[in-house]
Design a protein around this ligand. Structure first.
Ligand code: ADP
Ligand code: MG
Length: 415
């Protein structure tokens, strides 16, 4: 049946094109790249060399028509199973064991070391992660990775797990978010789903590699912290690897038992910083490359200059650009990029100015804007001024000396 499908594939796609009256752009973008790769029973697997958004789109918009066309052209009533290349690789028999584990371990198949771009902002975290991946429970235990949102903590964590599972498919690797951990604990306490607290403990104490993401969400949950503490102690004592991420340095996580935070710091603690311009450019070019698109330097610089906060935002922008270019069948130029990112860029343009902050804070505290840069320092003025300086640091790209200057020539250490 596969042979017959392959022989008639062009005809089948043409049939869809005619029936649906597709434009050449849509046809070339969505249908031409599709290839039937296997038939099992009445399930036909189709390889779709697109990103997951493209996949979803093809699934919603074209799948049913392709099924109809197959029936019309070769009389085969089938169901289509669409896969993107990674998923197809996953089906390769040799890797089966690993992949079964990966599913159990809750890992994202895209988050591997191969797809992680290394730069000065994450060099340390990357090196430490790779070292832990190569020698779990032997060097840095726990490994604690912290940094702002969207900077690659989860990605790195999953990379370690993939690496370990590849070397040792039998390793018991478990990735959990703090939310999952907490919910499972609550279920166990309530004896919901017939899980007892003993079973809960058992589960978390018999793992080889425990990945626990966004631990700051344990904040204020003392029972969860206590349970985690015992799991933590048991695993470390049994020489099992623990990897933790958080949005801040261990000691700065509020509402967390000191006993825990001091343990977190007992292995290695590494930070991921926000990426600098060159890194943002590199990430954009690499991510585009992964989609089979060669992004020009000027477009990559343009995007990187305008979007500064984190990698997730860059990915979102890139997706928009690629989709826009596909839909309109146009090359990716700065012009197209501006159009595709119109909404994002206008938000950037409305970026908060220092004057804006000074005025808003002054209004709120009912002081004069001039007091923001005056030399006077009674508390009722100093405090609002400090708040305004803090907000300026948080909300604008100004450096400490620049802020000092804008607030009446204050020293950057004061700022
Ligand atoms: P965090 O957990 O720190 O909030 P994530 O790991 O979820 O961030 O990363 C957000 C997105 O950015 C993910 O899609 C991830 O693949 C991507 N990303 C982050 N850092 C990098 C990097 N250095 N190289 C490649 N992709 C990255
Ligand atoms: Mg994360």
């Amino acid at each position: 049946m596969l042979e017959q499908l392959k022989e008639n594939w062009e005809k089948i796609l043409d049939n869809v094109k005619e029936d649906q009256d597709l434009s050449d752009v849509s046809f070339n973008t969505w249908l031409v790249p599709l290839k039937p790769v296997s038939v099992e029973g009445n399930v036909v697997t189709i390889l779709c060399p697109v990103n997951s958004i493209g996949l979803e789109y093809i699934d919603k918009k074209y799948k049913i028509f392709i099924q109809v066309a197959i029936e019309e052209v070769i009389g085969f009533k089938c169901e289509l199973h669409l896969v993107i290349p990674e998923e197809k690789a996953k089906k390769a028999p040799k890797k089966k064991v690993v992949d079964a584990d990966i599913i159990k371990a809750n890992l994202n198949p895209r988050y591997t070391f191969d797809t992680f771009v290394v730069g000065s902002n994450n060099k340390m975290a990357h090196a430490a992660s790779l070292a832990v991946a190569e020698s779990p429970a032997e060097i840095y235990n726990p490994l604690f990775i912290y940094g702002g949102v969207g900077l690659g903590k989860t990605h790195l964590m999953h990379s370690i797990a993939h690496f370990i599972l590849k070397n040792n498919p039998d390793a018991k690797v478990l990735y959990v978010t703090c939310e999952t951990f907490t919910n499972e604990l609550i279920d166990a306490i309530r004896n919901k789903n017939n899980i007892t607290t003993t079973e809960f403990r058992e589960k978390y104490r018999t793992i080889d590699v425990l990945l626990i993401d966004d631990i700051q969400f344990f904040s204020g949950k003392s029972r969860t912290q206590e349970e985690f503490f015992y799991a933590f102690e048991a695993l470390i004592a049994a020489r099992k690897q623990i990897i933790i991420t958080s949005d801040t340095y261990p000691k700065e996580i509020s509402g967390m038992d000191d006993r825990l935070t001091s343990r977190f710091d007992s292995g290695l603690t590494v930070a991921i910083e926000p990426p600098e311009l060159e890194m943002r450019v590199a990430i954009l070019i690499k991510k585009a490359g992964q989609e089979g698109i060669q992004l020009s330097d000027d477009v990559a610089f343009f995007v990187a200059k305008h979007l500064r906060s984190n990698v997730r935002e860059l990915e979102g922008a890139l997706r928009k650009i690629l989709a826009f270019s596909r839909f309109h069948g146009r090359d990716i130029t700065i012009e197209l990029t501006k159009e595709a990112l119109k909404d994002l860029l206008s938000v950037q343009n409305r970026q908060i100015s220092v004057e804006n902050i000074q005025k808003t804070v002054a209004d709120f505290f009912r002081i004069k804007v001039a007091d923001m840069y005056s030399k006077r320092r009674p508390a009722n003025i100093a405090r609002p001024r400090q708040i305004a300086m803090y907000l300026t640091k948080e909300l604008t790209q100004k450096s400490l000396p620049e802020i000092g200057e804008l607030f009446g020539g204050r020293d950057h250490t004061t700022v």
